[in-house]
Design a protein around this ligand. Sequence first.
Ligand SMILES: Nc1nc2c(ncn2[C@@H]2O[C@H](COP(=O)(O)OP(=O)(O)OP(=O)(O)O)[C@@H](O)[C@H]2O)c(=O)[nH]1
Length: 214
Amino acid sequence: MQLDLPPPLNSNIRNAAFIKSSTRVADCPPDKLPEFALIGRSNVGKSSLINSLTRNDKLAKVSKEPGKHHLINHYLINDSWYLVDLPGYGFAKAGKSSKEEWLKFTKDYFIERENLVSVLLLVDSSVPPQEVDKDCANWLAECEVPFCIVFTKIDNRKRDMPPNAQNIRAFKQLMAEEWEELPRCFETSSRTGAGRSDLLGYVASLRELHVRST
Ligand SMILES: Nc1nc2c(ncn2[C@@H]2O[C@H](COP(=O)(O)OP(=O)(O)OP(=O)(O)O)[C@@H](O)[C@H]2O)c(=O)[nH]1
């Protein structure tokens, strides 16, 4: 029997453009196109990953100083879907009020944004598991927001830290204590491009499912 499926979407990125920064969900671009949001601790490498995926070093601003941006940044990919950079969480200098603000801000986004297909939760592989990342994963699951885990900086071995592969294993073990099944995990480096095509392929397959279901 021949199944009448749409042709698979191409995972290549041909063009990418910054569209706008929003301070409120209400100000985001119209929610007609599928979108994928990057979230993670401040400095985890969100902007670098956007630049690596799009092969455009100038698209998203890479920062030396953590926790500087408090905006929802929309990038239009191939004129057909969005990559969205959300403010980082868990930066050391943040006071209680800015943490609460972060929670409210991003929670609104997750609840209100109907075209959100999946969150990419970025976890820094160069440091041992951080409680705040596990909390974020649990929080996404509780809110029933689909997400995958993207380990970043696999090239970046810190001298005083355990090897990255060990940190990744430890994070998965920590999650496995509470989760029956782990979400999809990717191991990436924006420096070397490792994991890039796997992640783009996954995003393309989710977009295909999304297109079929709408
Ligand atoms: N070695 C290495 N360094 C990386 C990688 N990705 C990001 N970095 C570095 O990590 C730092 C933070 O990167 P960003 O991409 O600005 O991180 P961010 O999550 O967007 O930061 P905020 O906007 O502060 O939340 C920069 O110094 C990057 O050069 C990577 O794959 N390998």
